[in-house]
Design a protein around this ligand. Structure first.
Ligand code: FAD
Length: 401
């Protein structure tokens, strides 16, 4: 069986689902294929990790009709960045920035459910799930995709192929886009903890020689913990008793919120950076983790991937030919500043803030103090932290009710 669609989206994770919804909201049809069955634990995006969503992301999800389905979001009203054993910290507050919240914390599973509910409302979208892209063949003015749906094999011709298929993207490899990879040799241990004091809207990032640790506010006085550890220590740390793990988390985070207790189920993720050497190929685009997988501690991956999705949707919504080369070049040009800024920020921050050289300590302290005390630098940090860089997509902008 052979059919055709103007736009074929491969991957229905957080970013693939988002572009499908953004196109539907713009009245543009597309086909979305996702390999994992609905709510399968195998779906990488929709697990227990807690996501820090920037204000621009919350705006966009509201605009797209996704946010109304989110049951439990916790506003982030203040951000505190520091380094263990060194003087100085950066503090950014929503009040100083003139907004009610800098963003919000949402469990990824919860965001996945909200996207799913919004996908079910879409009118223009054809969804194949579970359906796996197995082969791709270049054809005149497009791509021919072979999809496996159970025992059935289907061929679909498309003018624009969108690879939102994650860090090890099959689409990216097949359309000939190379990658630059960096292994941080670190593992991120993710769980919830209960601090003695209410986090009260604070999100914390604390750097140390052992790596960064982040605490995100959750409902009911709980916090989402992301602890970076050396890869070779990961298995031992996962196996620690609850008390020993809480002691380790305390050592790494400090006492800013009093005693940390009751750590929840722990999950480990490997930290790596995978950067596509190009965002586009003839009649193809890669988005989200397929375009750039960044160190999770900077809380940038989905925020950046959503801006990829919104920008592309805005450019192709009304196009006669959504895969036209000039449109795709325009897309790559529009994403350049935001992408490069986020990549430089997350990689640079992790490299500098985690380098154990004591000689760098005064420089780091100076940088933290400068960011905290020079108003234009602080405003810039607040604006970027809220997700506005380069040319922001319209859906992410502030709206007056
Ligand atoms: C511990 C941790 C904490 C994080 N915290 C934050 C945070 O606070 N804020 C933030 O913004 N980001 C955060 N991130 C990053 C964020 O989770 C990712 O950037 C985001 O999930 C990427 O989504 P994606 O849709 O691009 O890719 P994926 O989630 O990898 O989805 C890809 C999808 O494609 C499907 N697929 C793959 N191959 C095929 C195929 N051949 N055919 C059909 N389907 C296919 C897969 O089944 C999958 O569903 C964090 C990441 C981690 C690991």
């Amino acid at each position: 069986m052979r059919e055709s669609t103007d736009i074929l989206i491969v991957g229905g994770g957080l970013v693939g689902a988002s572009i499908a919804i953004a196109l539907d909201a713009a009245g543009r049809g597309a086909m979305l294929v996702e390999a994992a069955a609905l709510r399968a634990p195998a779906q990488p995006s929709y697990d227990e990790r807690n996501l820090a969503l920037a204000r621009a992301t919350v705006n966009a999800l509201t605009h797209l009709g996704v946010w109304k389905h989110v049951q439990s979001a916790t506003p982030i009203t203040r951000l505190h960045v520091s380094r263990a054993g060194e003087f100085g910290a950066v503090r950014v507050s929503a009040r100083e920035a003139g907004v009610d919240a800098l963003g919000a914390t949402v469990p990824a599973r919860e965001l996945g459910n909200a996207l799913e509910l919004r996908l079910q409302e879409s009118e223009q979208l054809t969804r194949l799930i579970p359906a796996k892209l197995e082969t791709l063949q270049s054809i005149e003015n497009g791509w021919r995709a072979t999809l496996r749906i159970g025992d059935e094999v289907r061929e679909v011709d498309t003018k624009l192929l969108i690879g939102a298929d994650g860090s090890d993207s099959f689409v990216r490899a097949q359309v000939g886009i190379g990658v630059d990879e960096h292994d941080y040799a670190q593992s991120l241990i993710v769980c919830t903890v209960t601090p003695e004091r209410d986090p009260d809207g604070y999100a914390y990032e604390r750097f140390s020689d052992e790596g960064p640790v982040a605490l995100l506010p959750l409902p009911g006085k709980r916090c989402g913990l992301i602890l970076t550890v050396a890869l070779e220590q990961s298995a031992n740390i996962l196996a620690l008793s609850e008390d020993d793990f809480a002691t380790l988390a305390q050592q790494r985070f400090g006492w800013r919120l009093g005693r940390l207790s009751r750590p929840g189920k722990r999950q480990a993720y490997r930290a790596r950076r995978v950067l596509a050497q190009s965002l586009i190929a003839p009649r193809a685009v890669v988005l989200g983790n397929a375009a750039q997988t960044v160190h999770p501690i900077g809380a940038q991956g989905f925020n950046l991937g959503l801006r990829d999705a919104l920008t592309l949707a805005e450019l192709i919504a009304d196009a006669d030919d959504p895969g036209a080369p000039e449109l795709l070049r325009e897309y790559a040009a529009r994403r350049k500043a935001d992408r490069e800024g986020v990549l430089a920020f997350s990689h640079g921050l992790i490299s500098l803030a985690c380098m154990p050289q004591p000689a760098l300590a005064p420089l780091r302290t100076l940088a933290l103090l400068a960011f905290d005390s020079v108003p234009p630098l602080k405003r810039m940090l607040a604006k970027r932290g809220m997700g506005w860089r380069g040319t922001p997509p319209n859906a992410s902008l502030e709206r007056t009710p």
